[in-house]
Design a protein around this ligand. Sequence first.
Ligand code: PMT
Length: 389
Amino acid sequence: MPKIVLGVCGSIAAYRAADLARDLMRAGCEVRVCLTDSAQKFVTPILFETLTGNPCLIDTFDEPERGRMAHLDWARQADLLLIAPASANTINKLANGIGEDMLTTIALAFEGPMMLAPAMNPAMYQHPETQASLNNLVEHGATLIEPTEGDVVAGESGQGKLAGNAEIVGTALALLNRSNLLAGKRVLITSGPTQEPIDSVRFLSNRSSGKMGSALAQAALLMGAEVKVIAGPSMAIYPRNAHVIEVRTAEEMHKAALAELSSCDLAIGAAAVADYRPSNPQEGKIRRSDDAISLDLVPNPDIIAELAKSGKRTVGFAAEPSTDLTVAIAKIQRKGLYAIAHNDVSNRGIGFESDKNQITLIRADGVQETSPLASKLLVALWLLERIAE
Ligand code: PMT
């Protein structure tokens, strides 16, 4: 049974750590909790002791087993150190090697994988010191689950909400069971929508949020790859240790993908690329009149098909409005792909914009397999394990 030390910092989101501990236990992990002083203003040790059946560490000199220094004992026995919610104070201490409470001394003594799921006021999150500390920790191997955007306390809103438990638990399990199938490999991912200008203020686009591309990037990093993402415009937050190239149009995505092709071993097309673009985008703004107007559209380059011509392993996604696999299968042939992930986008609970997905992977040799319906990260890991083999 994998052993997790769950560090809980002072944040209104500390109450969610109770559910998180339970979810980790349901997923088969043993959980031991360490609270910072500030965390105790929001939640109590007895809550976690009752939930987990293990003593909860609070003070730097706590010693549940006499004669054994708990910070060393817990650090040696843990398979994963997960800090959720992680506060700005603890993040900045960790980045600077400061061990001045039980949690930070455990972190200093711990040699395994560390995961951070921050939650705090958006201004504190965006503070240059917090961002520099997070970059530093990620560079040194920590896995960061970025907070989400939304309403936070005190009537403010922005990026600062603790990520969902499913994402935190999914990532923890991925870290614990990670395969290094992609170690030393370079993965190129296209992600998000493209925008095709009609005039200076309008464009043609689609509902892709970039979440699937971001999940693929995170999953590939967890499996040891170097990752480049060519990202169309979206609100998606990509992992900091992925190299992200931002583009707007299909033509820009095409150019960037071809430029990166020689330095990749595996290419994945999760982007929802516009098949057509207005042939003659107008400068300025098209003005209203009572006359009908029409747009002349010309086809965009088929990016994934061009990447596949290189002979490198290339995997596409097929966003289809039904469960019928026929069109997806035809795309494997037409685009010269190793495999395609059929994504039924008529199901509102998966695919475009959703946090979850379910795909059927169809390989060029005809083998088909359907993933579980799960978070996009888990589906991405499922997919990569099958195409990296
Ligand atoms: O971004 P999310 O909100 O998380 O949603 C994820 C998703 C639904 C967008 C994603 O999982 C998905 O299905 N992406 C492919 C969407 C799509 O445009 O499919 P398609 O059937 O039109 O294209 C097939 C393949 O060719 C895709 O790999 C696409 O990236 C690629 N393509 C298509 C057209 C084109 N001009 N160039 C391409 O490379």
